[in-house]
Design a protein around this ligand. Structure first.
Ligand code: UD1
Length: 418
């Protein structure tokens, strides 16, 4: 297994371009199941999760091929299977969104339940309740969700909380249901909007994506489309933190300024200067870092996927910061590793109190998930000596060419094979 070796101390300066959004690309790829015509998807990041999604689709009988560096063609002329197996779903929870499109296309689906994960229990009850409301018969058997439906019918669905995955799954089933569906308390994340944009480009009739109420008028048939994945706002936020923590000056091409509003506010509070540019933004930091209070919230609130990176940053701020995680119940695993590097962090329930600035010292560290791994890389960028981050496969799931991108702007980072 590879490791990342980071020699801290270099400010990151220069220009770096974002890849396509992982969390948008994955459900968009699953939408290929909804039509017998080819779907061309552009700006797809080269990530392990994307390869897993392609493997899953291939197992369903979908012809998958890269037609360019970041372009994929998916063609589900006929489906030869309706099953998303445990072996794939356990490595990538996002596979569970295959349920809605499989059911809509072939009237049946057998999808492994994902189980818990490092950051929390992450149940799928809202996905199931929504799909059931559309008329599917659902049974849980042998660790799988088995769903059947002669025909799906439109329904009014209220989500107890605005789950991103449940909104996407229900949306992909409702587009082919008979009649009108309404998803209330829907997730407002930009990735949901990107998916709805694709579905509309395929002939669906969806209104309200990006708001709490999404209305869907079912259609009989969806056709192929040529569609672009949005830039990755979480990669943008991670790079912004990299500039802020190192006292650098980065121009981030493709950064979606509007979608990053909460992140920009918090980074400015922490002492970064951020200038929106045509097609991106510039972030610099020359003064000292200041402490902040932040709570993770569903979009447009501060994203939970940037909480770990902010924690690394706040170890360098002069004073006491308070971070409250409201989305996942166990998402402070990175704190222990940051403390091994010298951070002063006290956790109580869903709150972490970070006192700074602390001098971080390089150490061998590892993380249990993708964003936690990124927070350790960020800490390594300012730590004394050398930091070795193991379990790099977490980073490969969600950051494209991270070592190459960071070293192109001055980081001293290298990837070594064990
Ligand atoms: C997506 C993102 C993930 C991000 C998360 C929150 C993808 C592939 N992943 O994950 O990176 O951290 O949104 O922004 O897009 N919940 C239930 N029942 C359900 C579904 C969810 O209780 O049926 C709970 C979860 O346990 C969690 C909260 O709802 O506490 C939010 O989860 P959700 O929005 O569904 O996250 P994901 O779609 O899994």
């Amino acid at each position: 297994m590879d490791r990342m070796i980071i020699h801290g101390g270099a400010p990151l300066c220069g220009t770096v371009d974002l890849s396509g959004s992982k969390n948008a690309a994955l459900p968009i790829m699953m939408a290929a199941v909804l039509t017998d015509e080819p779907l061309i998807i552009r700006n797809v990041p080269r990530l392990r999760d994307v390869s897993t999604a392609m493997e899953l689709l291939a197992g369903l009988g979908v012809a998958t091929r890269w037609t360019g560096d970041h372009d994929v063609e998916l063609h589900a002329r006929v489906l030869t299977s309706h099953e998303a197996p445990y072996e794939l779903v356990k490595t990538m929870r996002a596979s569970f969104v295959a349920l809605g499109p499989l059911l809509a296309r072939s009237g049946r689906a057998r999808v492994s339940t994902p189980g818990g994960c490092a950051i929390g229990a992450r149940p799928v009850n809202l996905h199931i309740a929504g799909i059931r409301a559309l008329g599917a018969r659902i049974q849980m058997r042998n660790g799988y969700v088995e769903a059947h439906a002669g025909a799906l019918s439109g329904a009014r669905i209220w989500l107890d909380n605005p789950s991103v995955g449940a909104t996407e799954n229900i949306l992909m089933a409702a587009v082919r249901a008979r009649g009108r569906s309404v998803i209330e308390n829907a997730a407002r994340e930009p990735e949901v909007q990107n998916l709805a944009g694709l579905l509309n480009a395929m002939g669906a009739k969806i209104e309200g994506a990006g708001t709490h109420v999404i209305e869907i008028e079912g259609v009989d048939r969806l056709h192929g489309a040529d569609y672009r994945v949005i830039p990755d706002r979480i990669e943008a936020g991670s790079l912004m933190v990299a500039a802020a923590i190192t006292g650098g000056d980065l121009t981030i091409g493709g950064a979606p300024v509007a979608e990053l509003a909460a992140v920009i506010i918090k980074l400015r509070e922490a002492g970064a200067e951020i200038t929106p540019l045509e097609g991106g933004l510039r972030i610099t930091r020359s003064g000292p870092l200041r402490p902040v209070e932040l709570r993770t919230l569903p979009h447009p609130g501060f994203p939970t996927d940037l909480q770990a990176q902010m924690m690394a940053l706040l170890t360098q701020a002069a004073g006491t910061s308070v971070i409250t995680e409201t989305i996942f119940e166990n998402r402070f695993m990175h704190a222990q590793e940051l403390m091994r590097m010298g951070a002063d962090i006290v956790m109580k329930g869903s709150t972490a109190v970070v006192r700074g600035p602390t001098r971080l010292s390089g150490a061998p560290v590892m993380a249990t998930d993708l964003r936690a791994s990124m927070s350790l890389i960020l800490a390594g960028l300012v730590a004394d000596n050398t930091t070795e981050v193991s379990r790099v496969y977490h980073l490969d799931r969600g950051y494209e060419a991270l070592d190459r991108k960071l070293s192109s702007v001055g980081a001293r980072i290298e990837r070594v094979a064990d």
